[in-house]
Design a protein around this ligand. Structure first.
Ligand code: ASP
Length: 342
């Protein structure tokens, strides 16, 4: 008997399914029935399509690591029964969720496609229809029985990106996401054109779902004039294990003595500091300038070209999964799921 492709849609919320509250005029998440009614085309696919809806559905600004764990469990429980998964998600924190899932799902060999929209499905000019329909097509995609996209991805406005390489770049345009340091995995036009060279390889091993996420991390975004008290208080937040230092350009920071001393002291006390550039494109190159050489000497680790979103997820994942300090330092600087180029 021929295998019928099976897709599971997991609806978490987001603009795609929102409706306007007639009293307040505010957009609020609404249940999946709303999406189903507005996109009857879903039923025309020759696939078995099931859906699971969060209850309550959320605006993705309310996303939490506990919800990532719930998503990872839903995928684990349904992994054998479906060929691909589509996660409907608000665009605001979609890049964080995609990054987190990429780390939590080790040895993934089925497509997990996150999508959403800038306009709700009930609005005539909605981008939600195209996004959802093509995301389903991609999640179902196979070539000679092999999954084309064995990765966690974001599909938005005709482009498919590796999820942990993306960031939300625009709050107004349909083209909401960018992946400045890694090429798109596919472009959807008349045909869906895949870029096989950019797609990650599967390990051939069994899926392992690692759901430990430790959110005892912080970030410190540098700016000219940053004050000592501010830096000191961030570095000394009780219980933090890791700090994302958002640096200038190729990973540079002020050379002021007090700044370096505060950083050195915190690192000596065990804080792991990860250098991620404020630039959306390009990479940290510690040691290229004098202003980053001292960071390197102090024991700051290079985030290379990782996005801020992927750095958050990677730190939470590494601190949450029983690794030694040395392993965490090594893994932070090593690509684990194609999230950085070194
Ligand atoms: N605030 C919405 C959310 O992230 C925006 C969107 O869906 O695009 O849930």
């Amino acid at each position: 008997m021929n295998h019928q492709t099976a897709i599971l849609i997991i609806y978490t919320g987001g603009t795609i399914g929102m409706i306007m509250n007639s009293e307040t005029g505010v957009l609020q998440p609404f249940d999946f029935v709303n999406i189903n009614e507005h996109i009857p085309e879903i039923r025309k696919f020759n696939y078995k399509i099931d859906s699971i809806s969060f209850d309550p559905v959320i605006d993705s600004s309310d996303m939490e690591p506990e919800i990532w764990v719930r998503l990872a469990h839903i995928i684990e429980e349904n992994y054998e029964s479906y060929d691909g998964f589509v996660i409907l998600h608000g665009s605001d924190t979609m890049a964080y969720t995609a990054s987190a899932l990429s780390f939590m799902l080790e040895n993934l060999f089925k497509p997990i496609i996150l999508t959403g929209s800038q306009l709700p499905v009930g609005v005539i000019r909605t981008d939600g229809k195209e996004n959802l329909i093509t995301a389903i097509e991609i999640a179902a995609g196979s070539d000679k029985g092999r999954t084309i996209i064995p990765e966690v991805c974001i599909y938005f406005d005709y482009q498919l990106f590796r999820g942990n390489r993306t960031h939300k770049d625009n709050a107004d345009y349909f083209e909401a996401f960018r992946s400045p340091n890694y090429p798109a995995l596919a472009h959807a036009g008349v045909e869906i054109k895949y870029n096989p060279k950019a797609v990650g390889r599967t390990s051939g091993k069994k899926l392992r779902v690692l759901t430990g996420m430790d959110s005892n991390i912080a970030c410190l975004k540098l700016f000219p004039g940053i004050g000592k008290n501010y830096v000191k208080s961030v570095l000394n937040i009780p219980g933090i294990k890791g700090l994302i230092l958002e640096t200038f350009g190729a990973g540079n920071a002020p050379t002021k003595q007090w700044f370096l001393e505060e950083l050195q002291n915190a690192i000596k006390k065990g804080l792991i500091v990860f250098n991620v550039t404020q630039c959306r494109g390009g990479s940290v190159k510690m040691g290229k300038y004098e202003t980053s050489m001292s960071l390197q000497k102090a024991g700051v680790l290079s985030g290379h070209d990782i996005t801020f979103e992927a750095a958050v997820a990677k730190m939470m994942y590494l601190f949450g999964n029983d690794h030694s300090t040395e392993q965490i330092k090594k893994y932070l600087q090593t690509p684990l799921r194609g999230e950085m180029t070194i």
